[in-house]
Design a binder for this molecule. Structure first.
Ligand code: IPD
Length: 275
């Protein structure tokens, strides 16, 4: 019920602010201990791990019968099976590359699924002090003010966000380049990359850009932000235009179904190995 959802949201908000303090301190003090994961462009820092430990401990101590899927727990070998049980899906620091370079678009992402459906989401950007939240059916807010997407219905009037992602191998990156080219020659108004999936999606939610798509990301990058986009009146789907799949490692979202049909018809899809 709504009371329960508000309680869950409040826990997620509080712990995202606590993790945000750790991020802000390390960001301001330039104390970033950088390591790589799958490749030389797949970065992780001690701050990512500290934040995930804090968030995981808090959520599972508060809600012992809930499940947890997190970016760094997965990297450390935890299996991230999505079941019908209440499951927190967490990216402790989305935009790690930004964080490492001092580019301020970083966020803590905390989503909750029940019966595999996203029911609430928090995206907190600690450097900008922006708290984006949504509960299913209750709208989306930024620092308490309600959000709505733009009214854009066509690619020719759209500002589109996307990312090159961390897979730079052929043929993956060739398709990413071709898709970028198709956006450019559509022509859409322009293309932007904030370097963090969730921040790109929050720009869609607030109507500052019209659409976002990316291949190769994970549920923790888009779970929380997907409900923020939807509750701001936007539309989330798979890059093929079908229903959004949290484990398919790709997303397209934007202001209107018409715009997203045009974008997903324009994109060449990349089938990713599922999470
Ligand atoms: C990354 C960001 C980025 C995307 C990468 C993701 P992380 O998440 O969302 O926008 O292009 O593919 O891995 O690793 O910083 O949490």
């Amino acid at each position: 019920d709504l009371n329960e959802m508000q309680k869950y949201l409040s826990t997620a908000e509080t712990v995202s602010r606590d993790a945000g303090k750790l991020i802000n301190d390390a960001f301001q003090n330039h104390s970033k201990n950088v390591m790589t994961k799958d490749s030389s462009v797949d970065l992780v820092t001690v701050t990512d791990q500290q934040c995930e430990d804090l968030i995981k401990k808090t959520l599972l101590e508060t809600y012992p019968d809930h499940k947890f899927i997190g970016e760094e727990s997965t990297a450390a070998g935890a299996k991230n099976e999505l079941t019908d049980l209440p499951t927190w899906i967490v990216d402790p620091l989305d935009g790690t590359t930004n964080f490492v370079h001092g580019f301020p678009y970083v966020s803590v992402c905390i989503g909750l699924t029940i019966k595999k459906k996203v029911v609430l989401g928090v995206v907190y950007a600690p450097i900008l002090d922006e708290m984006y939240t949504a509960i299913r059916g209750q709208g989306a807010t930024l620092n308490g003010t309600s959000l709505s997407v733009s009214k854009c219905t066509g690619l020719k009037n759209a500002l589109v966000c996307t990312e090159i992602g961390s897979n730079r191998e052929s043929p993956h990156i060739d398709i990413v380049r071709d898709n970028y080219y198709r956006m450019a020659v559509a022509p859409c108004h322009s293309v932007r990359s904030l370097g963090a999936a969730a921040m790109n999606m929050c720009m869609v939610a607030k109507g500052a850009c019209d659409a976002y798509y990316e291949f190769g990301i994970h549920a923790w990058d888009y779970c929380a932000a997907s409900i923020i986009v939807e509750e701001a009146g936007g539309y989330c789907c798979d890059t093929t235009g079908t229903e959004l799949d949290l484990m398919a490692r790709k997303i397209a979202c934007g202001a209107t179904p018409a715009l997203m049909k045009e974008i997903t018809d324009t994109l060449t899809d990349i089938t990713m190995p599922r999470d």
